[in-house]
Design a protein. Structure first.
Lengths: 284, 272
């Protein structure tokens, strides 16, 4: 299967224009025989929304604009970022990403870890997600994460424990630090985690970051795919927009798990008991 | 150690920032003031690379004939970069205003000149269909060595996160002539004035202290323990605090449940 990463720069707060961008990229990726197309965090809305968050929120099961994007996934899968407001929780806005496949909404992940410090203010505008749940996509078992989720390694661990073949992280990471090299200093942080998680969870890691700039901050680009065992499959250019297409052979997961027995020997029950004790102690 | 920078990568980011920043706002052209100094030279060189030299207009706005070298260097730079330039003497309007206020201090006169230049830049930007590029660097923004609504005024500022010593590294990378790179930085408020003389610290020391405080989040005690003179550290910390107001829009007196400047929160790049 080919995986395509759309390292794009959506328009801030303009869902209609961004639907157009998605349709265009999906068409290009289809021509390159992509089986999975991954868009960055909040790809339908742009990132730094502030009070716009509630104005661009949508229900992916019913919203006609979302359905137009979903309809364009005939014969392939796509991960799309948006602000979710579901009928069950009116007035709560989630930073969400959905996997749609063959026109069907397969899974929605709501960002659990909302960065709110320094230049980040997500918890001012979004409700935090409460669940990390791997699911079956047409091509394999997938765990979805959104940006900061990926930097809390417990999130990837949950997907590993639940048997994910591929961890997909969608991101809108602004670059910081220009002390040396051809990338922002912060790009290294994502690559370090991508390499480590792909190695120790013997799964693919697909990281889709965005390009462009918002309110003076430049998004760092540098999207990548790591194969199980920490092998870099491909990386998009830093900063510049790109459509990265690379082959992914999910057979490599089986291969890696025969060599490195982290998955077979994993003991989530021991971790769970320990975590339960920690959580109970914290509640006292 | 002064703050490090990879000038090649920073150039790439800043060129893209100017191109995107103008493009997203629907503009293809930029105007900026050319003082003959380093910051505006770097800004002009970045703009020329970002949008093409023909789309950049550098305005040289001396007060009479007080600064002949600055005018010469600014005009030489414009020629070298291939950008358009124009010289506008601001003495007539400045002199007309101060003719009836002979008591005005040189600081008042200097600030009035900075605001006169701002006013001309904005007028010309409207005539050109261009945006005004800011040239205030991080060092001066942090210590408030700037004129509010004067040289601080701009649509976008490509160099505001570069310390002065980093601007020098960028200038070398961008091929700014040695005449501009080597001369003592001056705000040009009056003849013979130098930044370092007026601030009371060389830029290297100033930037090291700022870098320790801002990026390093060090306390006064830690910065002094790292080898900086207590008097220099105090001077810098005092100036950061005293100039905080310059780095904000003015406070709006809050009355309603949702007010501009408080909780009516939309991004600058809304719709772009």
């Amino acid at each position: 299967m080919n995986v395509a990463i759309a390292q794009v720069a959506p328009k801030l707060g303009e869902v209609e224009a961004n639907v157009g961008l998605h349709l265009e990229v999906l068409e290009k990726a289809r021509k390159k025989r992509a089986g999975l197309v991954v868009f960055p965090e909040l790809s339908l809305t742009g990132y730094g929304l502030k009070d716009l968050a509630e104005e661009v929120a949508l229900d992916p099961a019913r919203d006609p604009r979302f359905r137009r994007v979903a309809a364009a996934t005939r014969g392939l899968s796509a991960v799309v970022g948006f602000v979710e407001e579901s009928p069950a929780e009116r007035g709560l806005f989630y930073n969400a990403a959905a996997l749609v496949a063959d026109g069907r909404l397969v899974h929605v992940h709501r960002k659990v870890f909302l960065p709110t410090n320094g230049m980040f203010e997500e918890a001012k505008f979004f409700a935090p997600g409460r669940d990390l749940r791997a699911f079956e996509a047409p091509f394999g078992r997938v765990g979805l994460l959104i940006c900061r989720d990926f930097l809390h390694y417990g999130a990837s661990y949950v997907h590993h424990a639940s048997g994910a073949d591929m961890i997909v992280c969608v991101s809108a990471a602004p670059g910081r630090g220009v002390e040396g090299g051809d990338a922002f200093a912060t790009s290294r942080m994502w690559e370090l985690m991508g390499e480590a998680v792909s190695f120790f969870s013997t799964a693919f890691v697909v990281y889709a970051n965005r390009a462009g700039s918002e309110d003076g901050a430049t998004f760092a680009g540098g999207s990548f795919v790591y194969a199980p065992g920490g092998r870099l499959v491909a990386r998009a250019p830093y900063v510049e927009p790109d459509l990265l297409v690379c082959p992914v052979d999910l057979g490599a997961v089986r291969e890696a798990r025969r060599t490195w027995l982290f998955k077979r020997d994993e003991r989530p029950e021991a971790v769970w008991r320990s975590l339960e004790r920690i959580v109970r102690a914290a509640e006292d | 150690m002064p703050p490090k920078i990879d000038a090649a990568f920073a150039e790439k980011v800043l060129v893209r920032f100017i191109r995107d920043g103008l493009g997203k706002a629907g503009f293809a052209k930029a105007v900026l003031g050319l003082s003959g100094g380093l910051d505006s030279a770097v800004c002009a060189a970045l703009a020329a690379r970002a949008i093409g030299p023909g789309n950049v207009l550098g305005l040289i706005m001396p007060y009479g004939t007080a600064f002949p070298e600055e005018v010469r260097d600014a005009a030489g730079l414009a020629r070298r970069l291939g950008i358009r330039s124009e010289t506008i003497d601001i003495a007539p309007q400045i002199d007309a205003y101060f003719a009836r206020r002979p008591e005005a201090s040189r600081l008042r006169r200097g600030n009035k000149m900075a605001r006169e230049r701002m006013s001309i830049l904005y007028d010309r930007s409207a005539a050109e269909g261009a945006l005004v590029l800011g040239t205030s660097n991080k060092t001066e923004l942090l210590i408030g060595y700037t004129t509010l609504h004067g040289d601080m005024a701009c649509a976008i500022n490509p160099v505001g996160d570069l310390y002065k010593t980093q601007v020098r590294a960028m200038a070398a990378r961008l091929g700014i002539p040695a005449a501009i790179r080597r001369k003592a930085p001056t705000a040009g408020l009056w003849p013979g004035q130098t930044d370092e003389g007026e601030i009371g610290l060389p830029y290297e020391e100033l930037d090291e202290i700022l870098h320790a405080r801002v990026e390093g989040r060090k306390t006064r005690k830690e910065i002094v323990a790292a080898g900086h003179r207590p008097a220099a550290v105090d001077l810098v910390l005092r100036r950061i605090k005293a100039s905080e107001f310059k780095r904000h829009l003015p406070p709006v007196a809050k009355l309603s449940p949702r007010s501009v400047g408080h909780d009516f929160l939309y991004p600058y790049d809304w719709g772009r």
